[in-house]
Write a protein that binds this ligand. Structure first.
Ligand code: GDD
Ligand code: MG
Length: 363
């Protein structure tokens, strides 16, 4: 079965993490997000995947190649200028001659795609939209349905007064190829503001497939961190890389963990890491490949990307630390700090709660 993945966006709300890394390559438990996505799609028989790229395309192409190392066939479609969510799919219309899936490339979910396809066939829909309940629908596409699941209204990012349901567009669609004729060629056109409202106006059958499976849009640093906490605390079933090394500890090869380092809760440590004496890694935390965490440091509830170095007595709590970041001795990063790739922070600094540091800034 075929799927189109929308992975062209700039990921502006996830900055500074996405300034050097496209959202689809952002690591989730030390593997690029797309690897998780491909694994999930394969589990539902989707093995022919078209990636629609625009922003920073090379890193994705280099990593995944033709997909054979990942057990799928991958095709790349590059947009010189963003074509929008529906425009990106129209751009690859010649590859789509049977009913296919489309996915936003930034949602992490366990929605049952096999059941969704069955629902699609049974309802006679031209488009089926996966729906998930959320607390704040105003930052998503809100979808009103009838008792049988037929979509009545689709309102993208509505004002609070216009919200009538907490069911939102989960960013997964099943589409009959004839629907593509309603998307203009070569223009920026979206599903959310363009195609879905148009189909509803025409009276075409559009259905919503409701699911209460795990679902999150990793579009902000807070959500990105939340996904890691959910993964490590077992709210989504996943197998982690590396070998279990004690209760809740997952270790990849060639690590040097000091005998007096303290690892507590669920912690994943990538390849080739050094953890110093009395360093305290408190889960849920993830340490990327080739990291050095010096003596007496504290890492609590945080995600650290590869090649980072934390000096002695550094402390970070619920932070995201980008790749190649260096943090000097005794510096404290308070709750919710996000450091972009290559940031260097000196010694004895205090980074206040929620600070975001761009790659070329020196805080
Ligand atoms: N190829 C390509 N070209 N991809 C694009 C483009 C484009 O021009 N614009 C956006 N994308 C991709 C993004 O990379 C992302 O994976 C996906 O389309 C959705 O874009 P976002 O920018 O993340 O949208 P959103 O999160 O504000 O809202 C969307 O997702 C919500 C669920 O997370 C909408 O589909 C909402 O209706 C939905 O509820
Ligand atoms: Mg999004």
């Amino acid at each position: 079965m075929k799927a189109v993945l929308l992975v062209g966006g700039e990921g502006t709300r996830l900055r500074p993490l996405t300034l050097n890394t496209p959202k689809s390559m952002v690591p989730i438990a030390n593997r690029p997000f797309l690897e998780h996505m491909i694994e999930y799609l394969k589990g539902h028989g989707i093995d022919d995947i078209i990636l629609t790229l625009c922003y920073l395309p090379d890193r994705t192409r280099l990593h995944f190649g033709d997909g054979s190392n990942f057990g799928v066939k991958l095709t790349y479609a590059l947009e010189d200028t963003p074509l929008g969510t529906a425009g990106a799919v129209k751009n690859v219309a010649e590859c789509l001659d049977e009913t296919f899936f489309v996915f936003n490339g930034d949602t992490y979910t366990d929605i049952d795609l096999t059941a969704m396809m069955e629902f699609h066939h049974n309802s006679g829909a031209k488009v089926t939209i996966a729906l998930t309940p959320v607390e704040d629908p105003t930052i998503y596409g809100v979808v009103e349905t009838s008792a049988e699941g037929r979509v009545q209204r689709f309102i993208e990012k509505p004002h609070r007064d216009a919200v009538t349901t907490n069911m939102i567009n989960a960013g997964a669609y099943i589409i009959a190829p004839e629907v593509l004729s309603h998307i203009p060629n070569g223009l920026n056109f979206s599903f959310e503001h363009g195609l879905f409202p148009l189909l509803l106006k025409r009276g075409d059958p559009v259905y919503g497939f409701q699911s209460d499976a795990y679902w999150i849009d990793i579009g902000t640093p807070e959500k990105y961190l939340m996904l890691h906490h959910d993964l490590l605390e077992g709210r989504i079933a996943r197998v982690f890389p590396g070998k279990p090394a004690g209760e809740g500890i997952w270790l990849e090869e060639d690590c040097n963990i000091h005998t007096q380092a303290q690892l507590e809760g669920t912690v994943i440590i990538g390849r080739n890491c050094v953890i110093g004496s009395m360093a305290h890694i408190k889960g849920p935390s993830i340490i990327g490949h080739n990291c050095i965490i010096d003596a007496d440091s504290l890492v609590d509830g945080s995600v650290i990307w590869q090649n980072a170095q934390l000096g002695q007595k550094v402390s970070i709590r619920n932070c995201v630390i980008g790749e190649n970041v260096v943090i000097g001795e005794r510096t404290q990063c308070m709750e919710g700090c996000v450091l972009g790739s290559n940031v260097v922070v000196g010694s004895d600094q205090i980074l206040e709660q929620g600070i975001k540091v761009w790659p070329d800034e020196n805080p």
